[in-house]
Design a protein around this ligand. Sequence first.
Ligand code: AMP
Length: 303
Amino acid sequence: MSENPTPAVARTREELRAERARLDDGDVAVVMTMGALHEGHARLIRVARERARHVIVTIFLNPLQFGPKEDLSRYPRTFDADLEICRAEGVDLVFAPTPDVIYPDGDPGVRISAGPLGDVLEGASRPGHFDGVLTVVGKLLHLTRADSAYYGQKDAQQLLLIRRMVRDLDMPVEIVSVPTVREADGLAMSSRNTYLSESDHEVALALSQALRAGAQAAPEGPSAIRRAARAVLVAEPLAQVDYLVLVHPTTLQDVPDWYRGEALLAVAAKVGTTRLIDNTPVVVGPGGGALDVFSGVESAPGT
Ligand code: AMP
């Protein structure tokens, strides 16, 4: 691994065009990130590398998807370490533009609308967030001319909306999802975890523990799942829950109690000043359980 060359870095559209032209001898995958790369991003890059001839990583902190009171200004910026991860993972090209490169005329008047699926869950707490996400994803797909694009299950609603956008707007790209990568204790990896103090981290474990408890109750049906997950969160009052839902995986509507089949158990909570999200796909009904393998997670006492 150590002998991988440092990837080419493009900062402008012209540099991207020139570097992208060198990758025309095979198919190109893109992994879109906001930087502060961790093992979750590395896993996306690895899956992309296994499946495509070339991999482009974009590092762009997209102002359009942050609300005025959100954490854009304090979001971690670690470009040198990010580039090193990209080198170690064998990335061909890093596209790291500034906002004026992506939005040369300022905020775009024309945007991609997420529609009603963008108004629930994360969208209810973050108005306009998914329009900002889809607009930049659409632009980056055009700019990189990628054949395939890789996204984490960690951001399940984002993944669903990107799939919908590609289908609804006939975008010629394959979307590939990658399961959530977790710390050994179960916490879903996130660039925002760097905001957490040690004690915040302990509190934050309630999210993944609630998902696991919910998934374990999956054979008994939706109310048992919700009850089991809720009980874990209630026991951790320092986690301020925004939502805990069991929804249909494509409509994001609450599933009724008679529902059996695949569903999404999703949670969002504030821990200290940090808003965290996590989810697991579950199969509801006899023989059901988590589809997220919670890989590498050590069993927590009492769960
Ligand atoms: P971000 O830089 O947070 O915007 O994330 C960039 C991409 O990495 C998105 O597709 C995320 O869903 C994905 N990602 C972030 N954290 C994880 C994780 N813990 N496991 C898997 N994918 C992740």
